[in-house]
Design a protein around this ligand. Structure first.
Ligand code: TRP
Length: 339
């Protein structure tokens, strides 16, 4: 029997409040979260406690939290339907993370590839928080007994750890179904949006070249210019999507078009078969401008009223707390905490 059949279906996902959001975040994450709201109750969390595992200027962190909140809403997350909140405001995340620190084994965390990448050569200088980051992530999910977690491929290992922690807790305390084993919802095609300068690298906020990405706050001119300057090869568009293999830049632009238009890459290729990239890029620029500029203007509108955003986050945190509190009350009893 899968976890989803024993526990009420519930979606949780999280995004770090760091830096500029770009097209990759929108097509890879936000757009899927908007769709999931139609099918299941959802909790969407801005993980400010995860952000401080590496140094954050306090004012920058606060701004980024509001900016990500505005982006979620502008992209279509409905705060009336889905709880939208920042992690630090629901203290149960931190409390459960401590208990999970005592459930997870050092050997499990030693295998986490993201820690190895992020800590680099000097792991002794990384924060302890960075090491135990995936344990807090497991708490984010399990404090609500969430069953489905939409994440990119790069988070699969963290999800497996969350399942291992849930399973070990259930076994150690002999409470077989206390926690569900959460399932990843690996976001489908269009999830891997690559750099506009190098089709083999993910689009990233940390790339030095701003021409490598389309930011959600770019205006129409910037979007059009970046699309037109995007790297391509000299061939026209092929007849079939399969023929894009080995042409990473061409494939990326087709994938972006497909994701923005809600089509498959095959449909896009059949529509533009044999066209020059100059023609295709014009169509892509128009499409990207049409889809993204309303999001940017809605973000600007929302960000002009901080109190409104803070109010949305507060209400979201209250709804999230109402789910987390009874879970933690039961957990304290299970663990043997008197009170
Ligand atoms: N680690 C995730 C990322 O970098 C963010 C995250 C934190 C998350 N907590 C989560 C994602 C819980 C899903 C569920 O993308």
């Amino acid at each position: 029997m899968t976890a989803a059949t024993k526990h009420t279906p519930l979606v949780l996902s999280g995004m770090q409040p760091t830096g500029q959001l770009h097209l990759g975040n929108y097509l890879g994450a936000l757009k899927n979260w908007v769709k999931l709201q139609e099918r299941m109750p959802c909790l969407y969390c801005i993980v400010d406690m995860h952000a401080i595992t590496v140094w954050q200027e306090p004012a920058t962190l606060a701004n980024a939290t509001r900016e990500v909140t505005a982006a979620y809403i502008a992209a279509g997350v409905d705060p009336e339907r889905s709880a939208l909140f920042n992690q630090s405001q629901v203290v149960e995340h931190a409390e459960l993370a401590w208990v999970f620190n005592c459930v997870a084994r050092l050997g499990w965390l030693d295998r986490m590839t993201q820690f190895k990448e992020k800590s680099g050569k000097h792991k002794e200088r990384a924060s302890v928080g960075l090491y135990t980051y995936p344990v807090l992530q497991a708490a984010d999910i399990l404090v609500y007994r969430a069953t489905h977690v939409p994440v990119g491929e790069d988070q699969r290992q963290h999800l497996e750890l969350a399942r291992d922690i849930a399973q070990k807790f259930n076994n150690d305390y002999a409470v077989p179904d206390f926690f569900p084993l959460p399932e990843p919802v690996i976001t489908g095609h269009g999830a891997r949006i690559m750099s506009l300068r190098d089709g083999t690298k993910k689009m990233s906020k940390s790339d030095e070249s701003d021409f490598s990405r389309i930011n959600l706050t770019d205006d129409a001119d910037a979007i059009a210019q970046k699309v037109r300057k995007a790297r391509t090869d000299p061939q026209p568009l092929p007849e079939t999507a399969e023929s894009l293999a080995g042409r990473p830049e061409a494939e990326n632009l087709v994938n972006i078009y497909a994701a923005l238009a809600d089509h498959t890459p095959a449909t896009v290729v059949s529509e533009f078969a044999g066209a020059q990239f100059s023609v295709f890029k014009n169509a892509l620029a128009d499409l990207a401008v049409a889809k993204l500029t309303p999001i940017a203007s809605e973000m600007r509108r929302l960000l002009s009223d901080k109190a409104e955003i803070d109010g949305i986050l507060k209400r979201g945190a209250e709804r999230a707390s109402a789910i987390a509190k009874p879970v933690m009350a039961e957990l304290r009893r299970i663990v043997g905490f008197v009170g």
